[in-house]
Write a protein that binds this ligand. Structure first.
Ligand SMILES: NC(=O)c1ccc[n+]([C@@H]2O[C@H](COP(=O)([O-])OP(=O)(O)OC[C@H]3O[C@@H](n4cnc5c(N)ncnc54)[C@H](O)[C@@H]3O)[C@@H](O)[C@H]2O)c1
Length: 282
């Protein structure tokens, strides 16, 4: 008979898997690390911000999970290779890599605003972190996964890579490259059991969203969503969890949007809805 005060252990959806998450000190990476840890994964949190990554790891450990924090700049081959090797040395292998780190600072994004004013340094730094960083992660993670009989990689791309915008030229181009990289990795290593998918968030309402995005812009973004609310880091983490787990064993080479359907409708829809002249009864 089951003791109600001591229920049997329910295996998590990624029980025992070893996962590396880059950019895990903050935002989507942080919530993804916490989510995978709750579902039984052992996590290496890789970030430039070692203190931030340590704080997330401590939170995971305080809840009974297993996590290590490692400092690495994902754009530097020796640093990301060392982080992957340290993870394998600590946990005995590697099952999952989430290439999630990107340059997201408001100052950098402002300087990536207009093509006619775009400095080559901003273009190069964006490509180095957002695209080369993911390539290096794949390059050094795939052999460990093959040794284990397979694994899963998720690259965080962006809707900026799938439709034109008035800003973020370098970011959009880097993320479009990441989409192509995801297809290449899926194609090259699928027969050896390595899956690779890209997850494309729309604008995600993270902790600083309300402070950074003015209310009128929030309204515009919500009008473009097909859902009643904007997305959160947890929404993205839930999709990454699925792609890290064996539940998604037959899903590879996909670019999966997590955007409340923001890119799923014709351009006139939000204006027609606002005009009240839609023929649909709601
Ligand atoms: N938040 C959104 O609305 C949104 C939308 C679409 C795509 N994305 C993508 O999601 C991912 C996470 O975004 P977020 O909003 O959670 O960002 P965030 O700023 O909260 O976190 C990014 C993390 O990456 C780390 N980082 C930056 N450069 C690094 C480097 N060179 N090496 C190692 N770590 C580095 C930072 O220290 C930070 O902890 C990014 O790839 C971003 O492009 C975010």
């Amino acid at each position: 008979m089951t003791n109600p005060t001591n229920p049997p252990h329910r295996p998590g959806r990624v029980e025992g898997k070893v996962a590396i998450i880059t950019g895990a000190a903050s935002g989507i990476g942080r919530v993804t690390a916490e989510t995978l840890a709750r579902e039984g994964a052992r996590i290496a949190l890789v970030d430039l911000d070692l203190e931030g990554a340590r704080a997330v790891a401590a939170g995971i450990e305080s809840l009974g999970g297993e996590a290590i924090a490692l400092r690495a700049d994902v754009s530097a081959e020796s640093e990301i290779r060392s982080a992957i090797e340290a993870t394998v040395a600590r946990f005995g292998g590697l099952d999952f890599l989430h290439n999630n780190a990107a340059i997201t600072s408001p100052d950098h994004q402002r300087r990536d605003g207009s093509l006619l004013d775009l400095d080559v340094e901003i273009w190069d730094a964006t490509m180095a972190v957002d695209l080369r960083g993911a390539m290096l992660g794949c390059k050094h993670a795939v052999p460990h996964m093959i040794r284990r009989g397979g694994g899963s990689i998720v690259n965080t791309t962006s809707n900026s890579s799938l439709a034109g915008d008035l800003t973020l030229n370098a970011y959009a181009a880097a993320k479009a490259g990441l989409n192509a990289l995801s297809l290449s990795v899926a194609t090259a290593f699928g027969k050896q059991g390595v899956r690779c998918n890209a997850v494309s968030p729309g604008l995600i309402a993270g902790p600083s969203f309300a402070k950074v995005v003015p209310p009128e812009v929030q309204e515009m973004l919500l009008a473009e969503a097909l859902t009643p609310r904007l997305g959160t880091p947890q929404d993205v983490a839930n999709l990454v969890l699925f792609l890290a787990s064996d539940e998604s064993a037959h899903i590879t080479g996909q670019i999966l949007r997590c955007d409340g359907g923001a890119l799923s409708h014709l351009p006139h829809v939000s204006k027609l809805r606002a005009s009240g002249k839609t023929t649909n009864r709601t």
